[in-house]
Design a protein. Structure first.
Length: 421
């Protein structure tokens, strides 16, 4: 989770990519710092009549390519630096996918599990009251993130519409379908990763039948398990925060999802038909072909990276591999499909939602899937080609791919050379 050097670590990816390109100094100067981070103390009335305050942030990291886009996280460990790092990643993720957006992020330092539903609604509305001048459909467009969901997005869109005096669904994505949400948003993150793996399956040596281990079994983890299992891949191990299970011949994904829906850990399936239990921390060392981190940041670090046995890693989580671990994995010739590409299906379908809201014309789920597939394949293929051509990792190639687009936009405003020649 967050630590003092989180943003510095993220910026090392920018430096590495910049060394691959001949960039004007203006570009790095613009991308090294967040454009603006606003910090507000929200005060809400609790159910018992008392008042309680919560620190909240909204960061707009860079808006050169369009309005900023990024989720709002409700988490007890939220910090300025974490919000800024996540906004930096969003800047690159939107550029990787060629979405007409810059990067942003928001957070409230709160454990939402400790709030009643009415308190959660008041907190969500208070967030929009505080940041209504910062967000907007052409300025900054939030979405759900860790511990926020479609109902919260619905309250937030409603609050914004009340403040500006007109229905404005395009201010926030990830809304309930009944309030202008897009079909296909629920599994978009996992589906984007799935399309990427299928498209590059030959290059990656990951044909159906390959063995998959998944760390984290929430929204992203459950959907990728279902999509890959339906295609004939074997899900041989999964974990959540309370434990992990494995089965050499493959786990029954429907039973795992049912256990989670009943509020149990995946570990509750241990002991049934060839399923054995292992410690959650041991999941990354399971013998498999593809490892899918779908939990939290920094889960694969310098002390455990050497134990990874998979040949390919699909980063559905944001920032699950530290830069030191990245170097260890590269040394073992493990291909990492990086977060800014691998989990970009979520923001891509958020973009589709924004487009549909602005058009007032809604697409079928088949249209959403087909457009997502085209975009994941197009950008994934281009990054694969860059990696081969330059002899660099997929992560570095993805940053180079994004940086070229960001640099093109920054340079189009005129660089030092333009103003001094
Ligand atoms: P989620 O809260 O639904 O699920 C997270 C899962 O991780 C839970 O099953 C939890 O038990 C598990 N977990 C927590 N600590 C763990 C540990 N130490 N070991 C193993 N499992 C652990 O969250 P989500 O929406 O699935 O997001 C997961 C990751 O994917 C996050 O990094 C998020 O930023 C990223 N992501 C999600 C989306 C999306 O649309 N959901 C989009 C982009 C990126």
């Amino acid at each position: 989770m967050p630590n003092a050097s989180m943003l510095d670590q993220a910026l090392t990816r920018l430096d590495e990519a910049a060394r691959q390109l001949e960039l004007d100094a203006d570009v790095l100067e613009k991308l090294k710092y967040p454009r603006e981070t606003t910090k507000v103390r929200l005060m809400i009335r609790m159910d018992d009549g008392s008042r309680k305050s919560f620190m909240a942030w909204r960061c707009r990291y860079d808006d050169t390519r369009g309005p900023t886009k990024g989720g709002i996280r409700f988490h007890p460990d939220a910090t300025d630096e974490e919000v800024e790092t996540l906004a930096f990643w969003m800047t690159f993720k939107c550029a990787v996918m060629n979405l007409p957006y810059g990067g942003g992020k928001g957070a409230v330092r709160v454990d939402p599990h400790g709030l009643s539903k009415a308190e959660l609604e008041r907190l969500s509305r208070a967030y929009i009251q505080a940041f209504s001048q910062i967000i907007g459909p052409d300025r900054d467009i939030p979405a759900p993130d860790v511990y926020t969901n479609s109902m919260i997005m619905g309250w937030m869109a409603d609050e914004y519409s009340s403040i500006v005096g007109q229905s404005t669904p395009a201010v926030i994505t990830g809304k309930p379908i009944a309030l202008g949400g897009s079909l296909g948003r629920d599994d978009a993150t996992a589906r984007g990763g799935y399309y990427l793996v299928r498209h590059l399956s030959q290059e990656l040596g990951l044909r159906p039948g390959a063995r998959i281990a998944i760390q984290g079994f929430g929204n992203a983890g459950q959907h990728i398990a279902r999509l890959l299992a339906d295609d004939g891949y074997a899900i041989v191990a999964v974990s959540d925060s309370q434990g992990a299970v494995q089965a050499r011949g493959g786990l029954d994904v429907r039973s795992l999802i049912a256990a989670k829906q009943n509020g149990s850990s995946v570990a509750s399936l241990a002991g049934t038909g060839g399923v054995s239990r292992l410690a959650a921390n041991d999941l990354i060392a399971v013998d498999c072909d593809l490892l899918v981190p779908a939990a939290l940041e920094d889960m694969i670090h310098k002390d455990n990276a050497d134990s990874v046995k998979a040949r390919v890693v699909l980063e559905l989580a944001n920032g699950p591999i530290t830069p030191e671990a990245d170097a260890i994995l590269a040394g073992k010739n493990i291909v990492v499909l990086p977060d800014i590409l691998a989990n970009a299906g979520g923001v891509t379908v958020s973009y589709f939602e924004w487009v549909q809201n602005r058009q007032g014309y809604y697409w079928t789920v088949e249209e959403v899937h087909s457009r997502l597939k085209t975009m994941m394949e197009q950008e994934g293929r281009a990054i694969w080609a860059q990696a081969q051509e330059r002899g660099v990792t997929m992560r570095r190639a993805a940053y180079v791919h994004a940086l070229k687009r960001l640099a093109g936009a920054i340079e189009a405003h005129g660089t030092q050379k333009f103003f001094t020649s």
